[in-house]
Design a protein around this ligand. Structure first.
Ligand SMILES: NC(=O)c1ccc[n+]([C@@H]2O[C@H](COP(=O)([O-])OP(=O)(O)OC[C@H]3O[C@@H](n4cnc5c(N)ncnc54)[C@H](OP(=O)(O)O)[C@@H]3O)[C@@H](O)[C@H]2O)c1
Length: 262
């Protein structure tokens, strides 16, 4: 909720037209921020903006986050629209699945641009407005691969841990500016991405997606996939004023799936 005399916060949610990004946008809107979301597909973007409008002030920009100029335009557009930028949720589509032997050099370059450079570009673009406002909350959506490599997802296994390194470095650099930088990492949250990965695995194993899902859920101590809203609740908290003293952290939202020490 926006408190009396608190100016409305402005937020950008990258890749925010579906799945985890959209749930984060909804959470930030409910918490009173004006939110800009982006995605590549115009129809999906329009549908998302229409669906989110009931929750608050939302704008949509078409942008492919793997293209640096489009990320800069997205962030600069939001700053121009609201005269400020307080919250940046760094999100992107997932890199394609594959083992080392399946991935050619072009795919490595694309994954770098999609997963790591998109984050760097957005944060660079956001910092001047955050510094000027004396407040900033950067939350990066990661993956459980920051703690334990995932089978058949070598690009995620390489570039997500790089994001974890970025979070730790930036947290130190930006704490004096009241800008926090944290990472929220899903285990298995029920979105289109996970359903697609399950279907792909089912095809390889010659079973059905429901069977794959049941087997995956059996590995999760909570016994089920999470919902996008369960992840967005943490992102919303980290974006709040009250989370000022939490920075440089990487938190799993995984129902207990990855049993590693911090
Ligand atoms: N769900 C999970 O359990 C899970 C687990 C580990 C990691 N992750 C990671 O978390 C991120 C979000 O996952 P999700 O499950 O929410 O995926 P999702 O359901 O596939 O949604 C992806 C969203 O990102 C947008 N998008 C994709 N590529 C984009 C690009 N290049 N530029 C701009 N927008 C783009 C999509 O819209 P358009 O297609 O229209 O652009 C869509 O709105 C991914 O990186 C995923 O790998 C998710």
């Amino acid at each position: 909720m926006v408190e009396a005399n608190t100016p409305r916060r402005a937020a950008v949610v990258m890749a925010g037209t579906a799945g985890l990004g959209r749930a984060c946008a909804a959470q930030l809107l409910r918490d009173g921020a004006a939110v800009t979301v982006c995605g590549r597909d115009a129809g999906r973007l329009e549908e998302a903006v229409t669906g989110l409008r009931d929750l608050g002030e939302v704008a949509g920009e078409r942008a492919d986050v793997s293209v640096a100029e489009e990320v800069e335009r997205l962030v600069e557009g939001a700053v121009a629209r609201h005269g400020r930028l307080d919250v940046l949720v760094v999100n992107a589509g997932g890199p394609p699945p594959g083992d080392f032997a399946d991935v050619d050099l072009a795919a490595w370059d694309t994954a770098y641009r999609l997963t790591l450079r998109s984050a760097v570009t957005a944060i660079r673009a956001a910092l001047p407005a955050m510094r000027e406002g004396g407040f900033g909350r950067v939350v990066i959506i990661g993956s459980s691969s920051v703690r334990r490599p995932l089978e058949g997802l070598v690009l995620s296994n390489v570039f997500r841990p790089a994001l974890a390194g970025l979070v730790k470095s930036l947290a130190v650099d930006l704490a004096p500016d009241n800008i926090t930088v944290n990472m929220v990492s899903p285990g298995r949250i029920d979105t289109e991405r996970v359903r697609t990965l399950d279907a792909r695995r089912a095809e390889r194993q010659g079973t059905g997606p429901e069977e794959v899902r049941r087997a995956a859920e059996a590995q999760i101590p909570a016994g089920r996939y999470g919902s996008p809203e369960e992840l967005a609740a943490l992102v919303g908290f980290l974006a709040r004023e009250e989370a000022a003293y939490i920075t440089g952290q990487s938190v799993l939202v995984d129902g207990g799936l990855v049993p590693v020490l911090p």
